[in-house]
Design a binder for this molecule. Structure first.
Ligand SMILES: Nc1ncnc2c1ncn2[C@@H]1O[C@H](COP(=O)(O)OP(=O)(O)OP(=O)(O)O)[C@@H](O)[C@H]1O
Ligand SMILES: [Mg+2]
Length: 303
């Protein structure tokens, strides 16, 4: 996979090596990074990322939800906050990460990405090192960083899957969405083998329909790609999701007992079960700095 002009790649390789040494020395402590992504747009990623963040916070986890949709960031709208600053202000040095984080609940902060993630591509190595240091504040502050990403099978989105500890791939039962989910697995499968790849079927009419969709994807991926996601579960189609969007609150907070809310609780039980409560991911180094190092590598460097 080719991501960058080679002169930049040399600088970054050295930077990445230096920071990786530091991350190793620190034992790779820090939050687990979980990227929510999809091939097709409008499948419910942002609503799911917010709901999962709330549900993880309910389980005692300290969560930061990073709005990493490089095109159309909208987590602020979904949870009724107005963010004055975003990650680009950290990148240009005008704000500290603390000024940019918006507290939503006791254990949940929102981190608006804005153009900041894209701008990281234009930084020289010293500037990038500075930004990664600034982001290091999250190492102690969060147990889990959930990333809401944009849709699509292009490097701006796939980089998140390459960098995050866990990728939650979202599809609906519609054939177009299923085909694009398969496309994502095809694109990231070979290069991110050690990463956890999970599948969620959203807007399913029934658990049975969701299971059938998941089985089809998993079987096709096993047969033709040699790498398949693990089916985490589904979220049923539920009109409380749209109602909550209009009220600018998470459906999980407003209608926790509705079918979609119950599904999200099951997904979080599944996630915490997979992670064994507090067990570290086997593919250390983890943590937010380590995540950003991988992200910058995936954005700019040849794999
Ligand atoms: N389980 C569900 N049941 C019913 N409607 C849903 C469900 N999940 C999401 N929706 C609806 O789908 C629409 C798109 O949701 P959302 O914005 O979360 O998708 P997205 O994947 O983040 O979109 P984009 O690709 O544009 O970022 C919203 O209007 C939401 O109300
Ligand atoms: Mg979205």
């Amino acid at each position: 996979m080719s991501f960058a002009p080679s002169d930049q790649a040399g600088d970054l390789r050295r930077l990445v090596e230096a920071q990786r040494r530091e991350v190793r020395q620190n034992g790779g402590a820090g939050p687990r990074t979980v990227a929510v992504l999809s091939g097709k747009g409008g499948v419910g990623k942002s609503n799911l990322a917010l709901a999962l963040s709330c549900a993880l916070a309910d389980q005692g986890k300290r969560v930061v939800l990073l709005d990493a949709d490089l095109g159309m960031a909208n987590i602020d709208i979904l949870c009724g906050i107005s963010a004055r600053f975003n990650l680009s202000h950290v990148v240009d040095g005008s704000r500290r990460l603390d000024d940019v984080l918006v507290p939503l609940e006791e254990r949940l902060d929102i981190l608006p990405g804005g153009a900041g993630l894209k701008e990281m591509a234009d930084l020289d190595d010293a500037e990038l090192a500075g930004v990664i240091d600034a982001l290091g504040l999250l190492e102690d502050r969060a147990d889990i960083v959930v990333l809401d990403t944009g849709a699509g099978i292009h490097k701006g989105v796939l980089a998140f899957a390459l960098a995050a500890d866990t990728t939650v791939l979202v599809t609906t039962p519609e054939p177009t969405s299923v085909r694009d989910a398969y496309g994502v697995i095809k694109s990231i499968g070979g290069v991110a083998e050690e990463r956890e790849l999970l599948l969620v079927v959203n807007m399913a009419a029934s658990e049975r329909e969701a299971r059938e969709v998941a089985d089809r994807i998993v079987m096709a991926a096993k047969q033709f790609l040699g790498r398949a996601p693990v089916y985490l579960g589904c979220v049923l189609r539920d009109e409380t999701v749209g109602r909550a969007v209009r009220l600018r609150r998470s459906f999980y907070r407003l209608f926790p007992a509705a079918p979609a809310g119950a599904c999200v609780r099951r997904l979080v039980d599944g996630l915490l079960g997979l992670w064994g409560g507090h067990r570290e991911p086997s593919f250390a180094p983890k943590g937010f700095k380590a995540f950003f190092l991988r992200l910058s590598r995936a954005f700019f460097m040849e794999k």
